[in-house]
Design a protein around this ligand. Structure first.
Ligand code: HEC
Length: 147
């Protein structure tokens, strides 16, 4: 996961350093933006509670959503975000939460970024590495993005 985290941070650094920098992002071969299922509204609600309890001490919701966050994660998969959260967060106590709580809070971050609830709950057993996190057309938190 170091690579993914590094790439995300490089993306963020570029975005912060230059308003119109060039982003050498991996196009994400094999990543699709058309999942049959992503998460449910109920799961997003539960994720908001998890976020408040386990993440908000260090992160604002705005920090994990919006254009800058999405540029950093462009071309990455939902699975990459889920794995980063599950294996490295909370930063001071990784793997503190239950598996379903990590799934819930990942769903909440998808919601914060305008990905609509769809189908079944997000679960680690799904092929999330093949689901694109932020399709290029859906940047800037457009809630109308519905690939
Ligand atoms: C004790 C403080 C702390 C807590 C609590 C914490 N984080 Fe983090 N988080 C960090 C730090 C520090 C980084 C940067 C880590 C790095 O780059 O190595 C980070 C990075 C992240 C990133 C990557 C951000 C990006 O822009 O790419 C995500 C996503 C994330 N955290 C989600 C969460 C979630 C979800 C929770 C709650 C389950 C959480 N964090 C709890 C400190 C925290």
């Amino acid at each position: 996961m170091k690579l993914v985290r590094g790439s995300a941070l490089i993306g963020l650094a570029l975005a912060a350093g230059s308003a119109c920098g060039t982003f050498a992002q991996n196009p994400g071969a094999g990543v699709t933006s058309t999942p049959r299922a992503l998460y449910t509204d109920e799961q997003g609600d539960r994720g908001a509670v998890v976020f408040g309890a386990a993440c908000a001490g260090c992160h604002s919701e705005g920090e994990l959503s919006g254009r800058l966050f999405q540029i950093g994660w462009q071309g990455k998969s939902v699975g990459a975000l889920f794995t980063l959260i599950r294996t490295t967060m909370p930063f001071d106590r990784p793997a503190l939460l239950q598996e379903h709580e990590y799934a819930d809070v990942t769903a909440y971050i998808l919601r914060l970024n305008g990905r609509p609830a769809r189908g079944d709950e997000l679960q680690s057993s799904q092929p999330l590495e093949q689901v694109e996190l932020f399709p290029a057309s859906g940047l800037a938190g457009s809630a109308t993005s519905d690939p």
